[in-house]
Design a protein around this ligand. Structure first.
Ligand code: NAP
Length: 313
Protein backbone atom coordinates (compact mmCIF):
# COMPACT_ATOMS: atom_id res chain seq x y z
CA UNK A 1 0.00 0.00 0.00
CA UNK A 2 1.19 3.52 -0.84
CA UNK A 3 2.23 5.04 2.51
CA UNK A 4 1.58 8.47 1.14
CA UNK A 5 -2.02 7.65 0.20
CA UNK A 6 -4.56 8.60 2.85
CA UNK A 7 -8.30 7.97 3.00
CA UNK A 8 -8.81 11.58 4.07
CA UNK A 9 -6.42 14.51 3.81
CA UNK A 10 -7.61 17.41 5.96
CA UNK A 11 -6.17 20.79 5.00
CA UNK A 12 -6.18 23.17 7.95
CA UNK A 13 -5.87 22.55 11.68
CA UNK A 14 -8.44 24.83 13.32
CA UNK A 15 -11.54 23.65 15.17
CA UNK A 16 -13.14 22.24 11.98
CA UNK A 17 -10.02 20.46 10.74
CA UNK A 18 -9.10 18.96 14.11
CA UNK A 19 -12.65 17.68 14.61
CA UNK A 20 -12.67 16.18 11.10
CA UNK A 21 -9.34 14.45 11.82
CA UNK A 22 -10.67 13.08 15.10
CA UNK A 23 -13.95 11.81 13.63
CA UNK A 24 -12.28 10.35 10.54
CA UNK A 25 -9.54 8.50 12.42
CA UNK A 26 -11.92 7.25 15.10
CA UNK A 27 -14.06 5.77 12.30
CA UNK A 28 -11.02 3.76 11.15
CA UNK A 29 -9.94 5.98 8.26
CA UNK A 30 -6.28 6.70 7.53
CA UNK A 31 -6.25 10.44 8.11
CA UNK A 32 -3.61 13.09 7.56
CA UNK A 33 -4.08 16.67 8.72
CA UNK A 34 -1.78 19.24 7.12
CA UNK A 35 -1.42 22.62 8.81
CA UNK A 36 0.92 25.41 7.76
CA UNK A 37 1.44 26.91 11.20
CA UNK A 38 0.37 25.98 14.70
CA UNK A 39 -2.82 23.93 15.04
CA UNK A 40 -5.75 25.75 16.59
CA UNK A 41 -6.28 28.53 14.04
CA UNK A 42 -8.65 31.23 15.21
CA UNK A 43 -9.37 29.18 18.36
CA UNK A 44 -5.95 30.18 19.67
CA UNK A 45 -6.90 33.83 19.78
CA UNK A 46 -10.11 33.34 21.79
CA UNK A 47 -9.23 34.52 25.30
CA UNK A 48 -12.17 32.91 27.07
CA UNK A 49 -14.39 30.37 25.38
CA UNK A 50 -17.61 30.13 27.35
CA UNK A 51 -20.29 29.05 24.86
CA UNK A 52 -18.81 25.70 23.84
CA UNK A 53 -21.05 22.92 25.18
CA UNK A 54 -19.94 21.31 28.41
CA UNK A 55 -17.81 24.15 29.72
CA UNK A 56 -19.12 25.26 33.09
CA UNK A 57 -16.24 27.72 33.40
CA UNK A 58 -14.63 29.60 30.50
CA UNK A 59 -11.50 28.01 29.04
CA UNK A 60 -8.95 29.60 26.71
CA UNK A 61 -9.34 28.68 23.04
CA UNK A 62 -5.67 27.67 23.00
CA UNK A 63 -6.27 25.10 25.74
CA UNK A 64 -9.25 23.61 23.90
CA UNK A 65 -7.31 23.43 20.63
CA UNK A 66 -4.49 21.47 22.29
CA UNK A 67 -7.08 19.04 23.72
CA UNK A 68 -8.62 18.65 20.25
CA UNK A 69 -5.21 17.94 18.76
CA UNK A 70 -4.39 15.30 21.41
CA UNK A 71 -7.76 13.67 20.83
CA UNK A 72 -7.20 13.45 17.06
CA UNK A 73 -3.70 12.01 17.58
CA UNK A 74 -5.05 9.52 20.13
CA UNK A 75 -7.38 8.05 17.50
CA UNK A 76 -4.51 7.68 15.04
CA UNK A 77 -4.64 10.81 12.87
CA UNK A 78 -1.28 12.04 11.60
CA UNK A 79 -0.54 15.76 11.77
CA UNK A 80 2.09 17.33 9.52
CA UNK A 81 3.32 20.89 9.49
CA UNK A 82 3.43 21.94 5.86
CA UNK A 83 2.05 24.81 3.86
CA UNK A 84 -0.36 23.48 1.22
CA UNK A 85 0.02 25.24 -2.11
CA UNK A 86 -2.21 23.30 -4.44
CA UNK A 87 -4.99 20.75 -4.60
CA UNK A 88 -5.44 18.72 -7.79
CA UNK A 89 -7.21 15.64 -9.02
CA UNK A 90 -4.61 13.15 -10.15
CA UNK A 91 -6.12 9.95 -11.63
CA UNK A 92 -8.63 8.53 -9.15
CA UNK A 93 -7.13 10.35 -6.17
CA UNK A 94 -6.46 13.90 -5.04
CA UNK A 95 -2.98 15.29 -4.95
CA UNK A 96 -2.18 17.82 -2.23
CA UNK A 97 1.01 19.72 -2.92
CA UNK A 98 2.76 21.00 0.17
CA UNK A 99 5.80 23.24 0.39
CA UNK A 100 7.91 20.31 1.57
CA UNK A 101 6.04 17.22 0.37
CA UNK A 102 3.17 15.89 -1.70
CA UNK A 103 0.29 13.90 -0.22
CA UNK A 104 -2.42 11.81 -1.88
CA UNK A 105 -5.96 11.44 -0.61
CA UNK A 106 -8.97 9.42 -1.66
CA UNK A 107 -10.89 12.41 -0.30
CA UNK A 108 -9.93 15.87 0.89
CA UNK A 109 -11.53 18.09 3.53
CA UNK A 110 -10.76 21.78 3.11
CA UNK A 111 -10.80 23.46 6.52
CA UNK A 112 -8.53 26.41 5.81
CA UNK A 113 -10.66 28.86 7.78
CA UNK A 114 -10.60 32.59 7.45
CA UNK A 115 -8.25 35.44 8.22
CA UNK A 116 -8.80 38.86 9.76
CA UNK A 117 -9.52 41.76 7.42
CA UNK A 118 -7.28 44.82 7.51
CA UNK A 119 -8.35 48.45 7.67
CA UNK A 120 -6.15 49.64 4.81
CA UNK A 121 -5.40 53.01 6.44
CA UNK A 122 -2.06 54.80 6.91
CA UNK A 123 -0.08 53.51 9.88
CA UNK A 124 -1.67 50.03 9.91
CA UNK A 125 1.23 48.25 8.18
CA UNK A 126 3.88 50.49 9.72
CA UNK A 127 2.77 49.81 13.31
CA UNK A 128 1.89 46.12 12.92
CA UNK A 129 3.49 44.46 15.95
CA UNK A 130 4.24 47.91 17.39
CA UNK A 131 0.79 48.57 18.79
CA UNK A 132 -1.48 47.39 15.95
CA UNK A 133 -2.84 43.91 16.56
CA UNK A 134 -5.49 41.41 15.47
CA UNK A 135 -5.27 39.27 18.62
CA UNK A 136 -6.21 40.38 22.13
CA UNK A 137 -5.08 37.14 23.77
CA UNK A 138 -1.64 37.35 22.18
CA UNK A 139 -0.95 41.08 22.59
CA UNK A 140 -3.37 42.31 25.28
CA UNK A 141 -0.91 41.77 28.16
CA UNK A 142 1.42 44.42 26.62
CA UNK A 143 -1.23 47.06 27.35
CA UNK A 144 -1.61 46.77 31.12
CA UNK A 145 -3.25 49.99 32.42
CA UNK A 146 -2.79 51.64 28.99
CA UNK A 147 -5.32 53.03 26.52
CA UNK A 148 -6.38 50.97 23.54
CA UNK A 149 -8.84 51.31 20.67
CA UNK A 150 -10.87 48.36 19.41
CA UNK A 151 -12.32 48.71 15.91
CA UNK A 152 -15.49 46.88 14.84
CA UNK A 153 -19.06 46.25 15.87
CA UNK A 154 -19.35 42.46 15.59
CA UNK A 155 -19.05 39.61 18.11
CA UNK A 156 -15.27 39.53 17.85
CA UNK A 157 -14.78 43.26 18.51
CA UNK A 158 -17.13 43.15 21.50
CA UNK A 159 -15.67 39.94 22.97
CA UNK A 160 -12.15 41.32 22.61
CA UNK A 161 -13.10 44.73 24.03
CA UNK A 162 -14.43 42.97 27.13
CA UNK A 163 -11.25 40.90 27.42
CA UNK A 164 -9.01 43.95 26.97
CA UNK A 165 -11.01 45.96 29.52
CA UNK A 166 -9.65 43.62 32.20
CA UNK A 167 -6.06 44.52 31.28
CA UNK A 168 -6.05 48.02 29.82
CA UNK A 169 -6.93 51.14 31.78
CA UNK A 170 -9.29 52.37 29.05
CA UNK A 171 -10.82 50.82 25.93
CA UNK A 172 -12.40 52.88 23.14
CA UNK A 173 -14.77 50.70 21.11
CA UNK A 174 -15.12 52.37 17.72
CA UNK A 175 -17.89 51.33 15.37
CA UNK A 176 -18.81 52.81 12.01
CA UNK A 177 -22.59 52.72 12.63
CA UNK A 178 -25.01 53.42 15.45
CA UNK A 179 -26.28 49.83 15.71
CA UNK A 180 -23.97 46.95 16.48
CA UNK A 181 -24.23 43.57 14.79
CA UNK A 182 -22.85 41.82 17.88
CA UNK A 183 -25.16 39.68 20.01
CA UNK A 184 -27.17 41.69 22.57
CA UNK A 185 -25.71 39.96 25.64
CA UNK A 186 -22.23 41.15 24.63
CA UNK A 187 -23.50 44.72 24.24
CA UNK A 188 -25.16 44.53 27.64
CA UNK A 189 -21.85 43.49 29.19
CA UNK A 190 -20.01 46.27 27.34
CA UNK A 191 -22.47 48.83 28.64
CA UNK A 192 -21.93 47.59 32.19
CA UNK A 193 -18.12 47.92 31.88
CA UNK A 194 -17.01 51.33 33.15
CA UNK A 195 -13.67 51.51 31.34
CA UNK A 196 -15.13 50.85 27.87
CA UNK A 197 -16.23 53.95 25.98
CA UNK A 198 -18.30 53.36 22.85
CA UNK A 199 -17.70 55.73 19.95
CA UNK A 200 -20.42 55.26 17.32
CA UNK A 201 -20.73 56.36 13.68
CA UNK A 202 -16.95 56.69 13.44
CA UNK A 203 -14.16 55.18 11.38
CA UNK A 204 -10.42 55.18 11.92
CA UNK A 205 -8.54 57.16 9.28
CA UNK A 206 -4.91 57.04 10.45
CA UNK A 207 -2.80 55.35 13.10
CA UNK A 208 0.00 57.58 14.34
CA UNK A 209 3.10 57.20 16.47
CA UNK A 210 6.88 57.12 16.63
CA UNK A 211 8.59 53.90 17.74
CA UNK A 212 5.12 52.53 18.50
CA UNK A 213 1.49 53.64 18.36
CA UNK A 214 0.61 56.83 20.22
CA UNK A 215 -2.63 57.87 18.56
CA UNK A 216 -5.60 57.15 16.34
CA UNK A 217 -7.33 59.69 14.13
CA UNK A 218 -11.04 59.04 13.70
CA UNK A 219 -13.75 60.60 11.55
CA UNK A 220 -17.40 60.85 12.53
CA UNK A 221 -19.43 59.72 9.48
CA UNK A 222 -22.48 61.72 10.51
CA UNK A 223 -21.06 65.05 11.70
CA UNK A 224 -17.82 65.02 9.68
CA UNK A 225 -15.90 65.86 12.88
CA UNK A 226 -12.36 64.56 13.24
CA UNK A 227 -10.79 63.58 16.55
CA UNK A 228 -7.33 62.45 17.68
CA UNK A 229 -7.50 59.76 20.32
CA UNK A 230 -4.44 59.24 22.43
CA UNK A 231 -3.97 55.43 22.51
CA UNK A 232 -1.08 52.97 22.88
CA UNK A 233 -2.70 50.16 20.92
CA UNK A 234 -5.18 49.60 18.11
CA UNK A 235 -6.96 46.24 17.88
CA UNK A 236 -8.68 45.57 14.56
CA UNK A 237 -11.70 43.23 14.45
CA UNK A 238 -13.61 44.19 11.32
CA UNK A 239 -14.48 40.73 10.07
CA UNK A 240 -12.92 37.83 8.30
CA UNK A 241 -12.26 36.67 4.74
CA UNK A 242 -12.06 33.05 3.61
CA UNK A 243 -8.72 31.43 2.80
CA UNK A 244 -9.50 29.97 -0.59
CA UNK A 245 -6.33 30.36 -2.64
CA UNK A 246 -6.01 26.59 -3.06
CA UNK A 247 -8.78 25.80 -5.45
CA UNK A 248 -10.21 28.03 -8.14
CA UNK A 249 -12.57 25.45 -9.55
CA UNK A 250 -14.89 25.07 -6.55
CA UNK A 251 -18.23 26.88 -6.50
CA UNK A 252 -18.23 29.87 -4.15
CA UNK A 253 -20.79 32.40 -2.95
CA UNK A 254 -20.61 36.12 -3.75
CA UNK A 255 -18.26 36.73 -0.79
CA UNK A 256 -15.91 33.94 -1.87
CA UNK A 257 -16.91 31.30 0.71
CA UNK A 258 -17.03 27.70 -0.58
CA UNK A 259 -20.52 26.32 -1.23
CA UNK A 260 -21.32 22.81 0.04
CA UNK A 261 -24.35 20.58 0.30
CA UNK A 262 -25.57 19.31 3.66
CA UNK A 263 -22.95 16.54 3.59
CA UNK A 264 -20.31 19.32 3.41
CA UNK A 265 -19.41 18.12 -0.10
CA UNK A 266 -18.27 20.83 -2.51
CA UNK A 267 -19.00 21.11 -6.22
CA UNK A 268 -16.09 18.70 -6.78
CA UNK A 269 -17.00 15.11 -5.84
CA UNK A 270 -14.81 13.76 -3.06
CA UNK A 271 -13.77 17.23 -1.88
CA UNK A 272 -15.46 18.31 1.33
CA UNK A 273 -15.26 21.57 3.21
CA UNK A 274 -15.75 22.55 6.86
CA UNK A 275 -15.60 25.58 9.14
CA UNK A 276 -15.31 29.29 8.49
CA UNK A 277 -14.18 28.88 4.87
CA UNK A 278 -17.59 27.35 4.07
CA UNK A 279 -20.56 29.42 2.96
CA UNK A 280 -22.93 29.62 5.93
CA UNK A 281 -24.69 32.10 8.15
CA UNK A 282 -23.55 31.31 11.69
CA UNK A 283 -19.85 31.01 12.48
CA UNK A 284 -19.04 29.68 15.93
CA UNK A 285 -16.54 27.19 17.31
CA UNK A 286 -19.36 24.71 17.80
CA UNK A 287 -20.59 25.09 14.19
CA UNK A 288 -17.02 24.66 12.89
CA UNK A 289 -16.74 21.43 14.89
CA UNK A 290 -20.12 20.29 13.64
CA UNK A 291 -19.04 20.90 10.01
CA UNK A 292 -15.85 18.92 10.66
CA UNK A 293 -17.77 15.94 12.05
CA UNK A 294 -20.27 15.93 9.18
CA UNK A 295 -17.53 16.30 6.54
CA UNK A 296 -15.48 13.44 8.05
CA UNK A 297 -18.53 11.19 8.21
CA UNK A 298 -19.42 11.69 4.55
CA UNK A 299 -15.80 11.59 3.42
CA UNK A 300 -15.64 8.19 5.15
CA UNK A 301 -18.77 7.03 3.32
CA UNK A 302 -17.21 8.23 0.05
CA UNK A 303 -14.04 6.20 0.75
CA UNK A 304 -16.08 3.10 1.58
CA UNK A 305 -17.96 3.56 -1.69
CA UNK A 306 -14.65 3.68 -3.57
CA UNK A 307 -13.35 0.60 -1.76
CA UNK A 308 -16.49 -1.47 -2.35
CA UNK A 309 -16.51 -0.53 -6.06
CA UNK A 310 -12.93 -1.82 -6.23
CA UNK A 311 -13.89 -5.09 -4.52
CA UNK A 312 -16.86 -5.57 -6.84
CA UNK A 313 -14.49 -5.33 -9.80
P1 NAP B 1 -18.40 40.50 11.56
O1 NAP B 1 -19.55 39.89 12.27
O2 NAP B 1 -18.35 40.47 10.08
O3 NAP B 1 -18.29 42.03 12.06
C1 NAP B 1 -17.36 42.91 11.52
C2 NAP B 1 -17.59 44.30 12.09
O4 NAP B 1 -16.59 45.18 11.59
C3 NAP B 1 -18.95 44.87 11.71
O5 NAP B 1 -19.47 45.57 12.80
C4 NAP B 1 -18.58 45.82 10.56
O6 NAP B 1 -19.44 46.95 10.50
C5 NAP B 1 -17.21 46.30 10.95
N1 NAP B 1 -16.39 46.67 9.77
C6 NAP B 1 -16.21 45.97 8.62
N2 NAP B 1 -15.36 46.61 7.80
C7 NAP B 1 -15.00 47.73 8.44
C8 NAP B 1 -14.15 48.81 8.11
N3 NAP B 1 -13.46 48.85 6.95
N4 NAP B 1 -14.00 49.82 9.00
C9 NAP B 1 -14.65 49.79 10.19
N5 NAP B 1 -15.48 48.80 10.56
C10 NAP B 1 -15.65 47.78 9.70
O7 NAP B 1 -16.99 39.84 12.03
P2 NAP B 1 -16.55 39.19 13.42
O8 NAP B 1 -17.03 40.00 14.56
O9 NAP B 1 -15.10 38.92 13.29
O10 NAP B 1 -17.30 37.81 13.44
C11 NAP B 1 -17.07 36.83 12.42
C12 NAP B 1 -17.95 35.61 12.70
O11 NAP B 1 -17.50 34.93 13.89
C13 NAP B 1 -19.40 36.02 12.95
O12 NAP B 1 -20.21 35.04 12.35
C14 NAP B 1 -19.52 35.99 14.46
O13 NAP B 1 -20.83 35.74 14.92
C15 NAP B 1 -18.57 34.86 14.84
N6 NAP B 1 -18.05 35.05 16.22
C16 NAP B 1 -18.76 34.55 17.28
C17 NAP B 1 -18.30 34.74 18.58
C18 NAP B 1 -19.06 34.19 19.75
O14 NAP B 1 -20.09 33.63 19.60
N7 NAP B 1 -18.62 34.34 20.97
C19 NAP B 1 -17.14 35.44 18.82
C20 NAP B 1 -16.45 35.96 17.74
C21 NAP B 1 -16.92 35.77 16.44
P3 NAP B 1 -20.98 46.82 10.00
O15 NAP B 1 -21.72 46.19 11.12
O16 NAP B 1 -21.35 48.22 9.72
O17 NAP B 1 -20.93 45.97 8.75
Amino acid sequence: MDNNLYDIVVIGGGAAGLTAAQYGSRAGMKVLLVEGSETGGQLNSIPELENYPGLREPVSGFEISKEMESQALKFGAEIKKDFVRMLDKSGSFFSVTGKTQNYNGKTVIIATGAEHKRLGIPGEDEFEGKGVSWCGTCDGPFFKNKKVAVIGGGDTACTEALFLSKIAGKVFLIHRRKDFRAQQFLLDRIQETPNIEIIRDSVPVEITGGQSVTGLKILNNVTGNRENLSVDGVFVFIGIRPRIDLVDALKKDTEGYIITDEKMETSLKGVFCAGDVRSKTFRQVVTACSDGAVAAHWAGEFVMGLNSTKHAI
